[in-house]
Design a protein around this ligand. Structure first.
Ligand code: GLA
Length: 396
């Protein structure tokens, strides 16, 4: 564990002791993620290339004897308590009765019991206390970090042994049905399967995952995150609309998902759908190709050669998928002007963070350039830091 992990796990334990008046039996944790490339392709059965980052959410846990689950966190003053056998009545229909942050862990408990066919009366109740150093709303998937940490903690405690893909599906179900955000499975897979120094090349149809060496350090590169501070939520608005447009496009072409559409099919689609739907589809289809090209380029030439693919991905999200915001465009442009190898927004969009692949000795120049560009544009100062590919969810 890093020094930050030790500190955050200690905060979770201290919160547990302060709020529940007893000691936790252990802590578990899961990371946030950065997506290197492959945006809005996951729910189209396509390809993604995320990696887990060193920022993690820790949960302290102890069993209780009355079949109830109680959650507290550093995100919120309140505590939420429900009988395990009431979760089924709560989700999805009555989810509004629970504060939004608590829907993540409670939703995971609900989905894990269902996925494993476990009768709630046969498992122990639990108290859970969360602390996190994954920035919230930054597009770094703080939500999948909570889900992943909860999933491994409960699976251990309840002695059920689903594989990692099953746990990722549990997290996605919690997010889709307990929280109400119509997201794909990329973030949960990254949080559960992450490896040091590597990205996860995921086929979101088969859920087959390959570990791809990134070799950033060997190439003298750093991955810089520029968090714009613009908050977003995928439970409302734009994200769901984009997903609906993709489904319209697939229906017009008579295929199950846009994964089944190639760049060569695009001229035919142009005659079948309106311009907006066409551009949404073009983003997904070309982005899928860019993920494949990135994996091939990483293997053949190493990370220094993927810059143009990152830049093309950003342009496609800005112009075709229309999920960027001025702050993200400014971050990308400033990073490139200051010598970044490549840069793009990462995550679902409408706010959050951009990433830039930068030579080690240019990190300061990129940081200064982004800060100055934000100031000149009248935007609030961004938060800028480097991330490294890290391990997935585990007991601490
Ligand atoms: C969010 C979702 C993911 C994925 C990305 C966009 O992070 O949770 O499932 O769709 O947006 O690539």
């Amino acid at each position: 564990m890093t020094a930050t992990d030790i500190r955050t796990a200690a905060i979770a334990r201290a919160l547990f002791a302060a709020r529940f008046g007893a000691d936790a039996v252990g802590t578990w944790s899961a990371p946030g993620r950065v997506n290197l490339i492959g945006e809005h392709t996951d729910y189209n059965d396509g390809f993604v290339l995320p990696f887990a980052i060193q920022h993690r959410t820790h949960v302290a846990l102890a069993p209780r004897t009355d079949g109830r689950i109680r959650v507290v966190s550093t995100f919120d003053e309140g505590s939420v308590e429900v009988a395990l056998d009431e979760l089924d009545a709560l989700f999805p229909d009555r989810r509004d009765e629970v504060p939004e942050w608590a829907r993540y862990p409670l939703g995971v408990a609900w989905a894990l019991l269902a996925a494993s066919g476990t009768d709630p009366s046969t498992v122990t109740g639990v108290d859970l206390a969360f602390a996190s150093d994954v920035p919230v709303g930054a597009g770094l998937s703080s939500s999948a970090a909570i889900e992943g940490a909860t999933a491994v903690a409960l699976a251990d405690t309840w002695d059920i042994d689903p594989d990692r893909v099953a746990l990722a599906k549990v997290g996605r179900r919690a997010e889709n049905e307990a929280v109400g955000a119509p997201t794909g499975i990329m973030d949960q897979m990254a949080a559960l399967l992450g490896r040091a120094d590597a990205a996860i090349f995921l086929d979101c149809r088969s859920l087959e995952a390959q570990v791809i060496d990134l070799g950033f350090a060997g190439a003298g590169l750093e991955l810089v995150v520029i968090d714009t501070g613009v908050k977003h939520s995928h439970a409302t608005g734009g994200y769901g609309e984009r997903r609906a447009a993709c489904e319209r496009g697939a229906a017009a072409l008579g295929v199950p998902a846009l994964r089944d559409v190639s760049v060569d099919d695009l001229p035919r689609l142009a005659e079948l759908v309106d311009d907006v739907t066409f551009r949404r589809v073009r983003h997904v289809v070309t982005e899928n190709q860019r993920v494949l090209d990135t994996v091939r380029t990483l293997r053949a030439q190493g990370p220094t050669a993927i810059g143009d693919l990152l830049v093309a991905s950003h342009a496609s999200m800005r112009d075709d998928f229309e999920i960027s915001v001025p702050e993200l465009d400014t971050a990308v442009e400033a990073a490139l002007a200051a010598g970044a190898v490549g840069a793009r927004m990462t995550g679902g969009g409408f706010g959050g963070a951009a990433i830039a692949l930068v030579a080690h000795d240019q990190v300061q120049a990129v940081t200064d350039a982004a800060t100055t560009a934000f100031e000149a544009a009248g935007f609030a100062a961004p938060t800028i830091f480097t991330v490294s590919p890290s391990v997935g969810a585990a007991r601490d």
